[in-house]
Write a protein that binds this ligand. Sequence first.
Ligand code: ADE
Length: 307
Amino acid sequence: MSEVPPMTGDDTPTEAVPLEPVTPAPTPTEAAGPQMSIDVVSIFPEYLAGLQLSLIGKAVERGQLSLGVHDLRDFTFDRHNTVDDSPYGGGAGMVMKAEPWALALEHILGELGSTIEGESPNGVRTDDAVVGSKPTLIVPSPAGKVFDQRIAEDLADRDHLVFACGRYEGIDQRVIDWAAEHFELLPMSIGDYVLNGGEVASMVMIEAISRLIPGVIGNPESLAEESHEDGLLEYPIYTKPANWRGREVPEILLSGNHAAIARWRRDRRLERTAEVRPDLLERLDDLNKDDLVALERFESERSTVTE
Ligand code: ADE
């Protein structure tokens, strides 16, 4: 547990490391403030550096998105910056201690600008105005609800998301229960497998959510027919040359017949979804007559092939 830089000797938690290496000239967006603030707490803040790249990094540069990464060890006060201990009741592995998490989360709440009495030195807001707009605390965990595009869309409307990246066997349940009083608490899994910690899962969710914030992606039309946008997988795509190593682009795409191309693409989406993710099709209730005819055709073609 020595991967992070040692404490400076100053007991005051350091400011979040802003992932914003370049600050270009102020834009109207900047003047209006970020559309969303995201804070991430981790013992491996370096993991999150990838978020500086590409469209998310540009959104941070433009001031559309504010991204702060906090080192959990900055909220420990012992010589070894201890964040974990053995589990009560026995068992393998280590458990993340409650207090550093509480201090880190209180620090983030405190950065929002107000304190209350009787809670802690950093203070936690409980006034009505704030309760109505509690920040959302996402705790990545294989025991969470499975993250999907609907949840990404829902979270893209929030003002403030906080990601608590656990490691080891997880975080002491008491601080999770405490946090539920001050945040909208969302334990989230990114799939039915186990990662070593919440950092990669947080990056997955941050990317999926922040690309849906208006203006983050240059061409919003590119969001329209993506996989999962409307419950179907996306259609296959092609670019030049029209003949690549003897393989032709489907002729219809060269026809200029927009209606026929749209139908062909819709059919490919239905076909691909039926083949790869039939579970998604079962959830759809807005298939039209043409869709149902196409699905029946694929089904009978498939049963002919397998006979
Ligand atoms: N941490 C460990 N495994 C995870 C998963 N599948 N999803 C989210 N966080 C995790």
